[in-house]
Design a protein around this ligand. Structure first.
Ligand SMILES: Nc1ncnc2c1ncn2[C@@H]1O[C@H](COP(=O)(O)OP(=O)(O)OP(=O)(O)O)[C@@H](O)[C@H]1O
Length: 255
């Protein structure tokens, strides 16, 4: 390493920074230590996969990093803003502006059409109905489902529902999209289509993605794989580096 040269990325490239984050759930009978000192940085334009056995703290980490839940101790900065200093209302607005969310079960409202589902976060954030419609149609176009805009979720396949969920996440033009098991309810062909869509959006729009996944074949398509166990990060590697040393399959086989 060259003397005096920092290996840290420039601060403006860091979208999420977590320092020594602990999260405890007090159930009344026991205290579950779901995160036990997590430190990490996520840079803009990365595609990060978070893996690990059930119960290791993946969803808790996603909830804390995205400001959906408060940490017990430690600090989290999102786009250079320390979220400890934000009230719940400020945090909700900040999250709506900076982030989109995609879930395994799509979370579309059944009584609304695809278009109305995509418009919803825009209307909630105070955008006029005319602008919301234009912006929603743009993001539906980006996921290739313009012809399905007036259909309700019940008339759609799982893959189409997840595309609408991605369009909804894109509608507010966030810098980062969190996806918790985004392909968990889909067959392998449709899963790959959804992954390809997210990778295209990463390349074309520079959108940062964080995927929580159990599936190794999905994780290996990210640019970076973080492996957790017992509330801690055990490994944090660039996929390119992994495939170079040829250990990815072996690691997957063990996991
Ligand atoms: N609201 C809660 N109250 C109490 N304990 C919780 C709560 N949420 C999570 N936990 C516990 O915290 C630990 C981490 O859970 P978490 O859901 O983050 O794991 P995970 O890695 O996402 O698991 P999975 O892959 O099964 O979704 C587990 O022991 C879980 O039981």
């Amino acid at each position: 390493m060259e003397m005096g040269k920092s290996i840290d990325p420039p601060q403006e490239d860091v979208i999420i920074e977590a320092i020594d984050v602990h999260k405890h759930y007090d159930t009344g009978k026991v205290v579950v230590k779901a995160l036990q000192g997590v430190t990490l940085r996520i840079q803009r334009k990365e595609v990060v996969a978070i893996m690990g056995p059930s119960g290791c703290g993946k969803t808790t980490l996603l909830n804390c990093l995205s400001g959906l839940d408060r940490v017990t101790t430690g600090s989290i900065r999102i786009a250079n803003q320390d979220i400890r200093h934000l009230s719940d209302r400020q945090l909700t607005l900040f999250r709506a502006r900076e982030m989109g969310f995609v879930f395994q079960t799509y979370n579309l409202l059944p009584v609304l059409t695809g278009l109305e589902n995509v418009e919803l976060p825009l209307l909630v954030s105070g955008v006029s109905s005319r602008v919301a419609r234009t912006r929603a149609l743009e993001s539906i176009e980006q996921v290739g489902l313009r012809d399905w805009a007036r259909h309700r979720p019940a008339e759609m396949s799982g893959g189409q529902r997840q595309r609408f969920a991605i369009a909804r996440a894109l509608a507010t033009t966030p810098s980062l999209v969190w996806a918790d098991e985004p392909t968990g309810a889909l067959d392998s062909t449709t899963s790959q289509e959804i992954i390809d869509l997210m990778l295209t959006l990463n390349r074309e729009l520079g959108l940062t993605f964080v995927w929580v996944t159990h599936a190794l074949d999905i994780a290996r398509q990210a640019s970076r794989v973080i492996t957790m166990s017992d509330g801690l990060i055990r490994e944090d590697v660039l996929v390119e580096a992994l495939s170079k040393v040829g250990t990815f399959e072996e690691k997957g086989a063990q996991g």
